[in-house]
Design a protein around this ligand. Structure first.
Ligand code: OSB
Ligand code: MG
Length: 369
Protein backbone atom coordinates (compact mmCIF):
# COMPACT_ATOMS: atom_id res chain seq x y z
CA UNK A 1 0.00 0.00 0.00
CA UNK A 2 1.21 3.52 -0.79
CA UNK A 3 0.75 5.68 2.30
CA UNK A 4 -0.45 9.23 1.68
CA UNK A 5 -0.65 10.58 5.21
CA UNK A 6 -0.18 9.41 8.76
CA UNK A 7 -2.20 11.27 11.37
CA UNK A 8 -1.53 11.38 15.11
CA UNK A 9 -4.93 11.93 16.70
CA UNK A 10 -5.42 12.63 20.43
CA UNK A 11 -8.70 12.01 22.26
CA UNK A 12 -9.67 12.59 25.90
CA UNK A 13 -11.44 9.61 27.50
CA UNK A 14 -12.49 9.73 31.18
CA UNK A 15 -12.68 6.28 32.84
CA UNK A 16 -16.01 5.38 34.52
CA UNK A 17 -14.02 4.73 37.73
CA UNK A 18 -10.39 5.41 38.74
CA UNK A 19 -8.10 2.41 38.17
CA UNK A 20 -5.42 1.93 40.84
CA UNK A 21 -2.49 -0.46 40.57
CA UNK A 22 0.67 -0.77 42.65
CA UNK A 23 2.31 1.74 40.26
CA UNK A 24 -0.29 4.50 40.41
CA UNK A 25 -3.84 5.58 39.67
CA UNK A 26 -5.41 6.37 36.29
CA UNK A 27 -8.53 8.56 36.09
CA UNK A 28 -8.67 8.97 32.35
CA UNK A 29 -6.76 8.26 29.18
CA UNK A 30 -5.34 10.89 26.87
CA UNK A 31 -5.41 8.42 23.99
CA UNK A 32 -3.03 8.62 21.04
CA UNK A 33 -4.47 7.07 17.88
CA UNK A 34 -2.65 6.58 14.61
CA UNK A 35 -4.60 6.91 11.35
CA UNK A 36 -2.92 5.72 8.17
CA UNK A 37 -4.45 6.97 4.93
CA UNK A 38 -3.35 4.88 1.96
CA UNK A 39 -4.18 5.06 -1.74
CA UNK A 40 -7.12 2.67 -1.40
CA UNK A 41 -8.00 2.40 2.28
CA UNK A 42 -7.43 3.91 5.70
CA UNK A 43 -6.71 2.22 9.00
CA UNK A 44 -6.52 2.91 12.71
CA UNK A 45 -4.21 1.83 15.51
CA UNK A 46 -4.23 2.70 19.22
CA UNK A 47 -1.10 3.47 21.20
CA UNK A 48 -1.51 1.83 24.61
CA UNK A 49 0.82 4.15 26.53
CA UNK A 50 -0.34 5.68 29.80
CA UNK A 51 0.14 9.42 30.44
CA UNK A 52 3.26 8.83 32.55
CA UNK A 53 6.16 6.32 32.26
CA UNK A 54 4.95 4.22 35.22
CA UNK A 55 4.13 0.84 33.64
CA UNK A 56 7.19 0.83 31.37
CA UNK A 57 9.44 3.62 30.13
CA UNK A 58 6.88 4.57 27.46
CA UNK A 59 4.32 7.35 27.88
CA UNK A 60 1.93 9.10 25.56
CA UNK A 61 3.75 12.39 24.89
CA UNK A 62 6.97 10.42 24.34
CA UNK A 63 5.20 8.07 21.93
CA UNK A 64 3.78 11.03 19.99
CA UNK A 65 7.27 12.56 19.73
CA UNK A 66 8.97 9.36 18.58
CA UNK A 67 6.20 8.69 16.05
CA UNK A 68 6.39 12.24 14.66
CA UNK A 69 10.19 12.61 14.62
CA UNK A 70 11.48 9.08 14.00
CA UNK A 71 8.97 6.33 13.20
CA UNK A 72 6.53 7.94 10.75
CA UNK A 73 9.33 9.63 8.71
CA UNK A 74 11.05 6.23 8.29
CA UNK A 75 7.82 4.58 7.20
CA UNK A 76 6.92 7.38 4.77
CA UNK A 77 10.46 7.35 3.30
CA UNK A 78 10.25 3.60 2.66
CA UNK A 79 7.63 3.97 -0.10
CA UNK A 80 5.34 0.95 -0.53
CA UNK A 81 5.47 -1.00 2.72
CA UNK A 82 3.44 -4.02 3.82
CA UNK A 83 2.67 -4.58 7.50
CA UNK A 84 5.09 -7.53 7.88
CA UNK A 85 7.92 -5.21 6.78
CA UNK A 86 7.16 -2.50 9.35
CA UNK A 87 9.32 -4.22 11.97
CA UNK A 88 12.44 -4.04 9.83
CA UNK A 89 11.70 -0.51 8.51
CA UNK A 90 11.44 0.74 12.12
CA UNK A 91 14.14 -1.60 13.45
CA UNK A 92 16.84 1.05 13.65
CA UNK A 93 14.83 2.78 16.39
CA UNK A 94 15.33 1.00 19.69
CA UNK A 95 12.45 0.30 22.04
CA UNK A 96 9.27 2.43 21.79
CA UNK A 97 7.31 -0.74 21.22
CA UNK A 98 3.87 0.68 21.98
CA UNK A 99 4.44 3.50 19.49
CA UNK A 100 5.64 1.04 16.84
CA UNK A 101 2.68 -1.26 17.52
CA UNK A 102 0.18 1.57 16.97
CA UNK A 103 1.72 2.44 13.60
CA UNK A 104 1.91 -1.20 12.48
CA UNK A 105 -1.72 -1.81 13.54
CA UNK A 106 -2.96 1.20 11.57
CA UNK A 107 -1.18 -0.03 8.43
CA UNK A 108 -2.37 -3.61 9.00
CA UNK A 109 -5.97 -2.38 9.42
CA UNK A 110 -5.74 -0.36 6.18
CA UNK A 111 -4.23 -3.28 4.25
CA UNK A 112 -6.84 -5.76 5.46
CA UNK A 113 -9.66 -3.31 4.69
CA UNK A 114 -8.32 -2.88 1.17
CA UNK A 115 -8.28 -6.68 0.81
CA UNK A 116 -11.69 -7.12 2.48
CA UNK A 117 -10.34 -9.56 5.09
CA UNK A 118 -10.67 -9.43 8.86
CA UNK A 119 -7.80 -9.41 11.31
CA UNK A 120 -8.73 -12.46 13.38
CA UNK A 121 -9.38 -14.78 10.41
CA UNK A 122 -6.20 -13.58 8.66
CA UNK A 123 -4.11 -14.89 11.54
CA UNK A 124 -5.94 -18.20 11.94
CA UNK A 125 -8.55 -17.43 14.60
CA UNK A 126 -10.25 -20.56 15.90
CA UNK A 127 -13.20 -18.93 17.71
CA UNK A 128 -15.73 -16.20 17.03
CA UNK A 129 -16.13 -15.16 20.67
CA UNK A 130 -13.62 -14.98 23.50
CA UNK A 131 -14.10 -15.49 27.26
CA UNK A 132 -13.83 -12.23 29.19
CA UNK A 133 -12.17 -11.64 32.52
CA UNK A 134 -11.92 -8.41 34.45
CA UNK A 135 -8.98 -6.71 36.15
CA UNK A 136 -10.04 -5.09 39.42
CA UNK A 137 -8.00 -2.16 40.72
CA UNK A 138 -7.06 -1.53 44.36
CA UNK A 139 -10.16 0.25 45.72
CA UNK A 140 -10.04 3.46 47.76
CA UNK A 141 -12.51 1.85 50.21
CA UNK A 142 -10.44 -1.29 50.93
CA UNK A 143 -11.82 -4.82 51.22
CA UNK A 144 -15.53 -3.90 51.66
CA UNK A 145 -15.52 -1.90 48.43
CA UNK A 146 -13.53 -4.64 46.68
CA UNK A 147 -16.18 -7.23 47.57
CA UNK A 148 -18.91 -5.00 46.11
CA UNK A 149 -16.96 -4.41 42.91
CA UNK A 150 -16.23 -8.13 42.46
CA UNK A 151 -19.89 -9.02 43.18
CA UNK A 152 -20.95 -6.58 40.46
CA UNK A 153 -18.57 -8.06 37.90
CA UNK A 154 -19.61 -11.64 38.69
CA UNK A 155 -23.27 -10.61 38.28
CA UNK A 156 -22.37 -9.13 34.89
CA UNK A 157 -21.01 -12.55 33.91
CA UNK A 158 -17.22 -12.12 33.86
CA UNK A 159 -15.55 -15.53 33.78
CA UNK A 160 -12.36 -14.66 35.67
CA UNK A 161 -11.45 -12.00 38.22
CA UNK A 162 -7.94 -10.58 38.58
CA UNK A 163 -7.19 -8.60 41.73
CA UNK A 164 -4.45 -5.97 41.81
CA UNK A 165 -2.25 -6.47 44.86
CA UNK A 166 0.64 -4.68 46.54
CA UNK A 167 2.45 -5.10 49.89
CA UNK A 168 -0.19 -4.34 52.53
CA UNK A 169 -3.07 -5.30 50.21
CA UNK A 170 -2.62 -8.94 49.31
CA UNK A 171 -3.50 -11.89 51.57
CA UNK A 172 -6.44 -10.21 53.30
CA UNK A 173 -8.35 -9.12 50.15
CA UNK A 174 -7.67 -12.44 48.40
CA UNK A 175 -8.90 -14.38 51.45
CA UNK A 176 -11.99 -12.17 51.68
CA UNK A 177 -12.87 -12.67 48.00
CA UNK A 178 -12.41 -16.45 48.28
CA UNK A 179 -14.51 -16.59 51.42
CA UNK A 180 -17.33 -14.53 49.97
CA UNK A 181 -17.48 -15.98 46.45
CA UNK A 182 -16.16 -19.52 46.96
CA UNK A 183 -13.60 -21.80 45.38
CA UNK A 184 -15.19 -22.02 41.95
CA UNK A 185 -14.54 -18.43 40.87
CA UNK A 186 -11.47 -18.28 38.60
CA UNK A 187 -9.24 -15.87 40.50
CA UNK A 188 -5.77 -14.45 39.94
CA UNK A 189 -3.63 -11.58 41.26
CA UNK A 190 -1.38 -9.00 39.58
CA UNK A 191 1.40 -7.24 41.55
CA UNK A 192 2.73 -5.05 38.72
CA UNK A 193 6.32 -5.53 40.05
CA UNK A 194 5.58 -4.38 43.63
CA UNK A 195 7.48 -7.18 45.45
CA UNK A 196 11.12 -8.25 45.84
CA UNK A 197 12.68 -11.66 46.29
CA UNK A 198 12.81 -11.24 50.08
CA UNK A 199 8.99 -11.01 50.07
CA UNK A 200 8.92 -14.70 49.08
CA UNK A 201 7.56 -15.86 52.49
CA UNK A 202 4.56 -13.52 52.05
CA UNK A 203 3.99 -14.55 48.42
CA UNK A 204 4.13 -18.25 49.26
CA UNK A 205 1.08 -17.76 51.50
CA UNK A 206 -0.93 -17.00 48.36
CA UNK A 207 -0.72 -20.74 47.61
CA UNK A 208 -3.57 -21.26 50.08
CA UNK A 209 -6.08 -19.60 47.72
CA UNK A 210 -5.94 -21.73 44.55
CA UNK A 211 -5.17 -18.80 42.30
CA UNK A 212 -4.85 -19.38 38.54
CA UNK A 213 -1.57 -17.43 38.67
CA UNK A 214 0.40 -14.64 40.32
CA UNK A 215 1.21 -11.99 37.68
CA UNK A 216 4.54 -10.13 37.62
CA UNK A 217 5.51 -10.05 41.30
CA UNK A 218 9.03 -8.67 40.61
CA UNK A 219 10.51 -5.97 38.34
CA UNK A 220 10.74 -6.65 34.60
CA UNK A 221 14.47 -7.48 34.55
CA UNK A 222 14.41 -9.73 37.67
CA UNK A 223 14.06 -12.86 35.57
CA UNK A 224 16.08 -15.22 37.76
CA UNK A 225 14.24 -14.02 40.87
CA UNK A 226 10.98 -15.04 39.19
CA UNK A 227 12.56 -18.45 38.52
CA UNK A 228 13.64 -18.71 42.18
CA UNK A 229 10.11 -17.87 43.30
CA UNK A 230 8.67 -20.44 40.87
CA UNK A 231 10.76 -23.10 42.62
CA UNK A 232 8.93 -22.58 45.91
CA UNK A 233 5.50 -21.35 44.81
CA UNK A 234 2.83 -23.87 43.76
CA UNK A 235 0.75 -21.16 42.08
CA UNK A 236 2.00 -20.59 38.52
CA UNK A 237 3.87 -17.37 37.76
CA UNK A 238 2.54 -15.31 34.87
CA UNK A 239 4.73 -12.59 33.38
CA UNK A 240 3.50 -9.31 31.92
CA UNK A 241 6.04 -6.42 32.12
CA UNK A 242 9.04 -8.75 31.52
CA UNK A 243 7.76 -10.07 28.19
CA UNK A 244 8.90 -7.41 25.72
CA UNK A 245 9.49 -9.63 22.67
CA UNK A 246 9.05 -13.20 21.42
CA UNK A 247 12.73 -13.82 22.29
CA UNK A 248 12.40 -12.41 25.80
CA UNK A 249 9.38 -14.66 26.27
CA UNK A 250 11.23 -17.78 25.05
CA UNK A 251 14.13 -16.93 27.37
CA UNK A 252 11.85 -16.37 30.36
CA UNK A 253 10.22 -19.75 29.73
CA UNK A 254 13.65 -21.42 29.44
CA UNK A 255 14.75 -19.76 32.69
CA UNK A 256 11.73 -21.23 34.50
CA UNK A 257 10.43 -17.71 35.20
CA UNK A 258 7.26 -17.80 33.09
CA UNK A 259 4.66 -20.57 33.48
CA UNK A 260 1.81 -18.53 31.93
CA UNK A 261 2.13 -15.60 29.52
CA UNK A 262 0.21 -12.34 29.33
CA UNK A 263 0.23 -11.25 25.66
CA UNK A 264 -0.01 -7.49 25.07
CA UNK A 265 0.28 -6.13 21.55
CA UNK A 266 1.80 -2.78 22.61
CA UNK A 267 4.32 -4.16 25.11
CA UNK A 268 5.46 -6.76 22.55
CA UNK A 269 5.89 -4.17 19.78
CA UNK A 270 3.04 -5.04 17.46
CA UNK A 271 0.37 -7.50 16.41
CA UNK A 272 2.86 -9.60 14.45
CA UNK A 273 5.23 -9.82 17.42
CA UNK A 274 2.26 -10.77 19.61
CA UNK A 275 1.33 -13.57 17.18
CA UNK A 276 4.97 -14.74 17.15
CA UNK A 277 4.97 -14.73 20.97
CA UNK A 278 1.72 -16.71 20.93
CA UNK A 279 3.47 -19.24 18.67
CA UNK A 280 6.39 -19.48 21.14
CA UNK A 281 3.89 -20.22 23.94
CA UNK A 282 2.17 -22.93 21.88
CA UNK A 283 5.51 -24.54 21.01
CA UNK A 284 6.63 -24.52 24.64
CA UNK A 285 3.29 -25.60 26.11
CA UNK A 286 2.81 -22.36 28.08
CA UNK A 287 -0.82 -21.21 28.45
CA UNK A 288 -1.40 -17.64 27.25
CA UNK A 289 -4.05 -14.97 27.61
CA UNK A 290 -4.49 -11.45 26.28
CA UNK A 291 -3.94 -8.55 28.66
CA UNK A 292 -5.18 -4.99 28.35
CA UNK A 293 -4.08 -1.40 28.84
CA UNK A 294 -7.53 0.19 29.28
CA UNK A 295 -7.98 0.42 25.52
CA UNK A 296 -10.76 2.10 23.58
CA UNK A 297 -12.67 -0.01 21.08
CA UNK A 298 -9.83 0.45 18.56
CA UNK A 299 -7.19 -1.31 20.66
CA UNK A 300 -9.75 -3.71 22.11
CA UNK A 301 -10.71 -4.97 18.63
CA UNK A 302 -7.09 -6.00 18.01
CA UNK A 303 -6.85 -7.58 21.48
CA UNK A 304 -10.00 -9.63 20.89
CA UNK A 305 -8.70 -10.78 17.47
CA UNK A 306 -5.48 -11.94 19.16
CA UNK A 307 -7.50 -13.71 21.87
CA UNK A 308 -9.26 -15.72 19.14
CA UNK A 309 -6.04 -17.64 18.32
CA UNK A 310 -5.75 -21.31 19.35
CA UNK A 311 -2.95 -20.87 21.91
CA UNK A 312 -4.88 -18.33 23.95
CA UNK A 313 -6.42 -20.79 26.37
CA UNK A 314 -7.29 -18.62 29.38
CA UNK A 315 -9.80 -15.75 29.76
CA UNK A 316 -8.08 -12.39 29.38
CA UNK A 317 -8.41 -8.81 30.64
CA UNK A 318 -10.42 -7.95 27.53
CA UNK A 319 -13.53 -6.64 29.29
CA UNK A 320 -16.59 -4.97 27.77
CA UNK A 321 -16.52 -1.27 26.84
CA UNK A 322 -18.79 -0.26 29.73
CA UNK A 323 -16.20 -1.46 32.27
CA UNK A 324 -14.05 1.49 31.11
CA UNK A 325 -16.12 4.09 29.26
CA UNK A 326 -19.53 5.72 29.44
CA UNK A 327 -19.20 6.16 25.66
CA UNK A 328 -16.62 4.15 23.74
CA UNK A 329 -14.97 5.61 20.67
CA UNK A 330 -16.31 2.75 18.51
CA UNK A 331 -19.39 0.56 18.55
CA UNK A 332 -19.15 -0.80 22.09
CA UNK A 333 -17.93 -4.30 22.94
CA UNK A 334 -20.73 -5.92 24.93
CA UNK A 335 -20.57 -8.88 27.30
CA UNK A 336 -22.68 -11.80 26.03
CA UNK A 337 -22.71 -14.78 28.37
CA UNK A 338 -19.29 -13.81 29.67
CA UNK A 339 -17.82 -13.48 26.18
CA UNK A 340 -16.98 -10.73 23.68
CA UNK A 341 -17.73 -11.33 20.01
CA UNK A 342 -14.71 -11.20 17.73
CA UNK A 343 -15.34 -8.50 15.11
CA UNK A 344 -15.64 -9.98 11.62
CA UNK A 345 -15.75 -6.81 9.53
CA UNK A 346 -12.74 -5.98 7.34
CA UNK A 347 -9.54 -5.01 9.15
CA UNK A 348 -10.00 -4.65 12.91
CA UNK A 349 -13.74 -4.50 12.19
CA UNK A 350 -14.43 -1.26 14.05
CA UNK A 351 -13.58 2.42 13.51
CA UNK A 352 -14.06 5.62 15.50
CA UNK A 353 -17.68 6.79 15.38
CA UNK A 354 -17.40 10.19 13.63
CA UNK A 355 -19.72 12.05 16.02
CA UNK A 356 -17.99 10.64 19.11
CA UNK A 357 -14.54 11.42 17.68
CA UNK A 358 -15.58 14.98 16.80
CA UNK A 359 -16.72 15.50 20.38
CA UNK A 360 -13.61 14.23 22.18
CA UNK A 361 -10.73 14.90 19.78
CA UNK A 362 -8.19 17.24 21.37
CA UNK A 363 -5.55 17.47 18.63
CA UNK A 364 -4.33 16.10 15.31
CA UNK A 365 -0.97 16.23 13.53
CA UNK A 366 -0.96 15.33 9.83
CA UNK A 367 2.34 13.93 8.50
CA UNK A 368 2.94 13.56 4.75
CA UNK A 369 5.47 11.73 2.60
O1 OSB B 1 -0.79 -4.96 34.48
O2 OSB B 1 -2.28 -5.79 33.25
C1 OSB B 1 -1.77 -4.80 33.78
C2 OSB B 1 -3.87 -1.71 33.00
C3 OSB B 1 -2.88 -0.78 32.74
C4 OSB B 1 -1.57 -1.15 32.86
C5 OSB B 1 -1.24 -2.46 33.23
C6 OSB B 1 -2.22 -3.40 33.47
C7 OSB B 1 -3.56 -3.00 33.39
C8 OSB B 1 -4.66 -3.89 33.72
C9 OSB B 1 -6.02 -3.57 33.15
O3 OSB B 1 -4.58 -4.82 34.49
C10 OSB B 1 -6.33 -4.39 31.98
C11 OSB B 1 -7.55 -3.88 31.24
O4 OSB B 1 -8.66 -4.07 31.73
O5 OSB B 1 -7.37 -3.29 30.15
MG1 MG C 1 -0.29 -7.01 34.48
Amino acid sequence: MRIETVELVRVAMPLVAPFRTSFGVQHSRDVLLVRVVGDDAEGWGECTTPDAPIYSSEYTDGAAAVLRDHLVPRLLAAGEVAAPEVGSVLGSVRGHRMAKAALELALLDAELRAAGSDLAASFGAVRDRVPAGVSVGIPEGGVPELLDVVAGHLDEGYLRVKLKIEPGFDLEPVAAVRERFGETVALSVDANTAYRLDDTPQLVQLDAFELSYVEQPFPPDHLMDHARLADVLTTPICLDESLVSPTATADAITAGACEIANLKIGRLGGFLAAVATHDVCVERGVPAWVGGMLETGIGRAANVALAALAGVTLPGDTSASDRYWATDLTEPFVLRGGHLLVPDGAGIGVAPLPDVLAEIETGREVLRA
